[in-house]
Design a protein around this ligand. Structure first.
Ligand SMILES: N[C@@H](CCC(=O)N[C@@H](CS)C(=O)NCC(=O)O)C(=O)O
Length: 136
């Protein structure tokens, strides 16, 4: 019991430190024309990220969101019994973060795995990745 508590404190401490370092070394935001930014903002409104503040995989995806300069809503899934944690388990299928919820009309897609989330967001919002894909 004590060991589990100490381990949790250690994990949260290291995660918190990583989040702080990540904040200090935030990547530069992509700049867009006002129209392109408006379009990106609208698309981002259909997405939300279920995450924990101090999870290293979540920090990685948050850095991508920051770089891509899009207003994706973050939902804290750490609180046991909390609304977002319950939704993640019930609708997404498992409690694992980060998870990107993508709403399209009635249907929602729950994308797990930080690498897949980063690749998906780059495809949606990074002009260079979009251009490279279009030229293939
Ligand atoms: N391979 C996954 C690993 C994700 C992962 O292990 N997340 C941990 C938090 S750091 C988790 O959700 N654990 C389940 C839990 O806390 O209940 C990724 O890259 O997204």
């Amino acid at each position: 019991m004590l060991k589990a508590i100490l381990l949790k404190i250690f994990r949260e401490g290291v995660g918190g430190l990583m989040a702080f370092i990540s904040f200090l070394t935030s990547p530069r935001k992509i700049k867009r024309t006002p129209d392109a930014q408006l379009e990106a903002d609208e698309k981002a409104k259909t997405m939300s990220m279920y995450q924990y503040f101090a999870c290293p995989f979540c920090i990685k995806t948050r850095r991508t969101v920051h770089r891509l300069n899009v207003p994706i809503e973050y939902r804290d899934a750490q609180i046991r019994g909390g609304e977002h944690r319950n939704a993640l388990e019930r609708e997404g299928g498992q409690i694992k973060v980060p998870c990107l919820r993508i709403d399209a009309g009635e249907k929602a897609t729950w994308l797990y795995e930080s690498n897949d989330i980063v690749a998906y967001l780059d495809e949606q919002f990074d002009p260079e990745v979009k251009a490279a894909k279009a030229s293939v």
